[in-house]
Design a protein around this ligand. Structure first.
Ligand code: GLA
Length: 378
């Protein structure tokens, strides 16, 4: 009897310690933990939640989420995304180095899965991105073991843009044709360019990209996508886009990425930014939004160690989201907002900052945060 009692105590202690260790492994919830939290929250919250971003904003503009292949393959996360959002942007799967890894070789599988997921759930797709000096496959720059010539680089650009856009014709409603061309570290070029496209082709690489894209499909909206994370960058981008417009280059809009800190904008500054680009006839989309719980000074986030996402910070973040969505709703120049993550589940920002940044509208178990109510109760 005593022996049995001792055995029972040992076994129970063992079980307790196992289960408490389990919860501490990593930040990514395992599939079974996801399922458990989905059951708990699904029956009491998410499934009965009548408010959905995609319905609230239906008349106004698509509200999107970035996704990656593993997300669309995850039943719980993908059905949550489809339930709430009306558009998706593949985070990486359409970037040149992944979709065009070798000359003449295109790897469509993951991007196709994302597009199929969007179509099945009546969601739009933002194409991201055709030309970016970062995330290019190495072969693109090399010809006969030397730096590629102007002529060949231009023809590679043409082949890349044409093949990718043709493959997704009718399935992608807008493209980020050129991503992040402006680099503030550089003086001596008209717009501060610093990348291999610029080195080889000069400033015309941007115009060429837009002309090629327009010729492939004149019905698709074409965007220049960038951030304003350095002083003076917005002005350089404006100068560039104004010049492109005045030359008649087919560009429809600016994508403002929107990797914001909690202090990055005010209502006035946001309205001014939108008005600036609207003044040259461009649509504005916020294409990669996260409002981190940390402050941001230009490129640098002010990360606090062992940070606690207090209810005051959550409130402050909700106020920022309220401004972003209200100002966007009220200005017809704004034609879309895409969140760079569906919820505060593991994301690139946490990884980059080494601390949880709590940047999205839902928490990591997909429960709505104050920010969600701030953008849907109006
Ligand atoms: C840029 C790119 C995105 C993504 C983010 C996050 O904003 O446009 O595709 O890579 O950086 O790092």
């Amino acid at each position: 009897m005593v022996f049995r009692l001792i055995l029972f105590i040992i076994l129970s202690l063992n079980l307790i310690s196992c289960s408490s260790n389990k919860g501490k492994v990593g930040t990514e919830l395992s599939d079974s933990e996801e399922r458990i939290s989905a059951d708990i929250h699904g029956s009491t919250f998410i499934d009965t939640m009548d408010k959905k971003l995609r319905i609230v904003y239906d008349e106004r503009f698509p509200v999107g989420s970035s996704v990656y292949y593993e997300i669309v393959k995850n039943e719980i996360r993908s059905s949550f995304i489809a339930d709430q959002y009306s558009s998706v942007t593949p985070e990486n799967e359409m970037k040149p180095m992944y979709i065009h890894p070798e000359e003449g070789v295109f790897d469509w599988a993951k991007a196709d899965s994302i597009v199929a997921f969007a179509q099945k759930n009546d969601m739009k797709v933002r194409g991201h991105c055709l030309i970016w000096h970062w995330r290019m496959p190495e072969w693109f720059w090399v010809e006969d073991e030397k730096q590629v010539s102007e002529v060949v680089l231009l023809s590679r650009m043409k082949e890349h843009i044409t093949t990718v856009m043709t493959h997704f014709k009718g399935k992608v409603y807008c493209w980020d044709v050129v991503n992040e061309a402006i680099s503030m570290g550089v003086e001596g070029t008209s717009y501060s360019f610093s990348n291999k496209f610029y080195e080889i082709l000069g400033e015309r690489y941007i115009e060429e990209a837009f002309i090629i894209a327009h010729n492939v499909d004149p019905s698709v909206k074409l965007f220049y996508n960038d951030n304003f994370n350095e002083n003076g960058k917005k002005e350089k981008i404006f100068k560039l886009l104004k010049d492109l417009k005045s030359k008649g280059i087919p560009i429809d809009g600016i994508g403002i990425q929107g990797h914001f800190g909690i202090n990055s904008f005010t209502e006035e500054s946001l309205k001014k930014d939108i008005a600036l680009f609207k003044s040259i006839g461009l649509e504005v989309q916020f294409t990669e939004v996260d409002i981190s719980a940390f402050e941001r000074e230009e490129k640098k986030y002010i990360v606090q160690k062992d940070f606690v996402f207090s209810s005051e910070i959550e409130e402050k973040q909700a106020d920022q989201y309220e401004i972003l969505f209200r100002v966007s709703r009220e200005d017809p120049a704004v034609t879309g907002i895409t969140m760079w993550g569906g919820a505060d589940w593991p994301n690139f920002l946490n990884k980059y900052l080494g601390e949880k940044a709590y940047p999205y509208l839902f928490d990591e178990k997909r429960n709505p945060k104050k920010a969600f109510f701030a953008v849907t109760d109006f």
